[in-house]
Design a protein around this ligand. Structure first.
Ligand code: NAD
Length: 503
């Protein structure tokens, strides 16, 4: 029996005003798509939420054309201060519609409402506010004098943080003076379509933001479109490789935010109770569907048993179930495919000899669910120590010395993030210095701030999002050669930017 029995506390869906069908958002309005329409479903109960369109190559062409026109006629001519006003307006509208966006996100993605309400949506607003402030200060971003926008950005995002990933892509692109065509993941298009409504509400000039829905083939057509100047992709390493190949030699600027297999290193002098919370947050936040999740726990051998015992007792208190219930800690797995992948890898873990422990909890009979799971006795050669599971599964390894911890932490093809838990600042700095990871948290995990750059090493991709580094991904130094043969566009942008400079 658990200590506390919680009464259900479901968030109402009455605030949602969803349509049964959504078109593609091109040139400032919702239009019919040419591909086959499909349903987006709630992973918690497999019920259809709405029908969305598939954009085929001709729709992608229309969307890129709308973005190009908007770039040439309006956005590249507008002053940074005016672009900033639109971004501030979007940020405020996100705040005004925060509850509705959080409910829609939890419904479509399966994540607990307390996460979409307290983490995702506030960060989305923060991202727009932050980049709104940069729009008229590009000359002071440390990217050289008079940096130039690139043109049209083609952006493809995954399903784990649908609206947040959208904000990471759209906010810096617009602040830097580019127009965008964005494709959300096929299992989570809903909040991007609500965002399209916000774009309309904000009165953004038509075509500055275009949202097209569809699966991988739509994304492929977008990144390969010859009139796209910049490609920004967040998703799996496999697709990232394919995109890097297709973009190579085209002159398109590219950022890739891919997978991860982060080490969360706990030393024997760590504040243990805080570390336990950090480990739980590191891997069980958002059902472990987090690219920078602390999916490999490296714990010093002397405290291993104590940490595992406390971890199991803490995990036994987590509440799994209805994503819209305000008490829920672990929501639904986003799709049947992802559930299958998690199952395959956890079965491999058992087959390879690691010891499996699963938190005692009842799984709902409908929908896609996976109970929080820990593997102990994991070695660096096991698949569950090397491959990204992208689910609520923690692989535990041990170490004796800081050198061994560093060697094991770096023994991965990825390099997105890492965590260090220790009472000694000097140890944290010394270890952090040797970790090959783009983001390193000390005595905390999974903290995000728009001012802080985020990105990876090795197979985790290249380029940075967030902070002024994130602006750099959407700008070129003054006088840099045009990305594609859009000479007219180039001259106009340069002239506009110079005029802006004189103001
Ligand atoms: P995915 O690569 O399958 O899909 C991501 C997006 O790419 C989707 O919108 C999909 O439709 C599209 N896509 C698929 N094939 C494509 C192609 N050939 N060309 C262009 N677009 C294509 O990834 P996923 O399963 O949706 O997302 C999970 C992955 O994303 C994980 O590996 C995770 O680590 C990674 N991720 C990384 C970050 C980061 O910032 N580094 C953030 C979130 C997620």
């Amino acid at each position: 029996m658990s200590f506390l029995e919680y009464a259900p506390a479901p968030e109402s869906t009455a605030i949602l005003n969803l349509k049964d069908e959504y078109g593609l958002f091109i040139g400032g309005e919702f239009v019919e798509g040419s591909g086959t329409a499909f349903s987006t479903i709630s992973p918690a109960d497999e019920r259809a939420i709405a029908t969305v369109q598939t954009a085929d190559a001709s729709d992608v062409d229309r969307a890129v054309g709308a973005a190009r026109q908007a770039y040439e006629r309006v956005w590249s001519k507008m002053s940074g201060a005016d672009r900033g006003k639109y971004l501030f307006r979007i940020a405020r509208l996100v705040q005004e519609r925060a509850r509705e966006l959080a409910v829609a996100e939890s419904l479509d993605n399966g994540k607990p409402i307390k996460e979409s309400r307290d983490v995702d949506v506030p960060l989305v607003a923060a991202w727009f506010f932050y980049y709104a402030g940069w729009a008229d200060k590009l000359d002071y971003a440390g990217l050289g004098p008079n940096p130039q926008s690139l043109g049209v950005a083609g952006q493809v995002i995954p399903w784990n943080f649908p609206l947040l990933m959208l904000s990471w892509k759209i906010a810096p692109a617009l602040a830097a003076g580019n127009t965008v065509v964005l494709k959300p993941a096929e299992t989570t298009p809903l909040t991007a379509l609500l965002f399209a409504e916000i774009v309309q509400q904000a009165g953004l000039p038509a075509g500055v933001v275009n949202i097209i829905t569809g699966a991988g083939s739509t994304g492929e057509a977008l990144v390969q479109h010859p009139d796209v100047n910049k490609v920004a992709f967040t998703g799996s390493t496999g697709v990232g490789h394919a995109i890097a190949k297709s973009v190579a030699g085209t002159g398109k600027k590219l950022t890739l935010e891919l997978g991860g297999k982060a080490a969360n290193i706990v030393f024997d002098d760590a504040p243990i109770d805080q570390a336990i919370e950090g480990i739980v947050n590191g891997i069980f936040f958002n059902q472990g569907h987090v690219c920078c999740a602390g999916s490999r726990l490296l714990v010093q051998e002397s405290i291993h048993d104590d940490v595992i015992e406390r971890l199991k007792s803490r995990l036994s208190t987590l509440r799994l179930g209805d994503p819209l219930d305000k008490n829920t800690d672990i929501g639904a797995i986003n799709s049947a495919e992802q559930l299958e992948r998690i199952r395959t890898l956890t079965e491999a873990g058992e087959a390879e000899g690691a010891e499996r422990w699963t938190a005692p909890c009842e799984l709902p009979s409908q929908g896609y669910w996976f109970a929080p799971t820990i593997f102990t006795g994991v070695s660096t050669s096991h698949r569950i120590a090397r491959e990204e599971i992208f689910g609520p599964v923690l692989s535990v390894l041990t170490f004796r010395t800081p050198a061994e911890a560093i060697a094991k932490a770096n023994n991965t093809p990825y390099g997105l993030s890492a965590g260090i838990w220790s009472d000694k600042g000097s140890r944290i700095l010394a270890v952090a210095d040797k970790l090959r990871a783009g983001v390193i948290w000390a005595n905390t995990f999974n903290r995000f701030d728009p001012a802080s750059p985020f990105g990876g090493y090795k197979e985790s991709g290249y380029g940075r999002e967030g902070g002024r580094h994130g602006l750099g991904a959407y700008l070129a130094p003054a006088g840099a050669p045009a990305a594609i043969s859009e000479k007219k566009t180039r001259t106009r942008t340069t002239r506009t930017a110079t005029k802006e400079n004189r103001k």
